[in-house]
Design a protein around this ligand. Structure first.
Ligand SMILES: [Zn+2]
Length: 129
């Protein structure tokens, strides 16, 4: 699948919009931590993309923030892939990711089959502890 420049622009616009939206949400979340001991953790997470700071806490709000962070990373990855011309190709098996999937999840980097495999493995790992 070759991405023409019109589609490229459209995708980039959509991804940028998503990114803004998520940043906005993250900022709202962060307002809750303007004071207090969690503030430093939150700032570290937002600045350094360091997710390791997050899992020391069971705090739901902080987990929420790490989710935002994850999605932001994926969006940036997708934007990079658009530039490279590898957008829409599964990182695991190299197959094309179907259009329908990209519509729902424009930052997907795996096809559905691979994503399911990964989720299954992650589930197994977390069950094993
Ligand atoms: Zn795949």
């Amino acid at each position: 699948m070759k991405i023409d420049s019109e589609r490229k622009d459209r995708l980039k616009k959509m991804l940028n919009k998503m990114r803004e939206q998520i940043l906005q949400e993250a900022k709202e979340e962060m307002k809750k931590f303007q004071t207090g001991e969690k503030r430093q953790i939150v700032e570290a997470v937002m600045d350094d993309a360091d997710l390791s700071a997050i899992d020391l806490s069971e705090d739901i709000s902080l987990k929420q923030l790490s989710t935002h962070r994850d999605i932001l990373k994926k969006i940036e990855e997708a934007l990079r892939k658009i530039e490279e011309g590898t957008y829409g190709i599964c990182e695991m098996c190299g197959d094309e990711i179907v259009e329908e999937r990209l519509k729902i999840m424009p930052f997907a980097i795996y096809c559905r089959d691979c994503q399911e495999k990964i989720e299954m493995m992650e589930k197994l790992e977390s069950e094993e502890g």
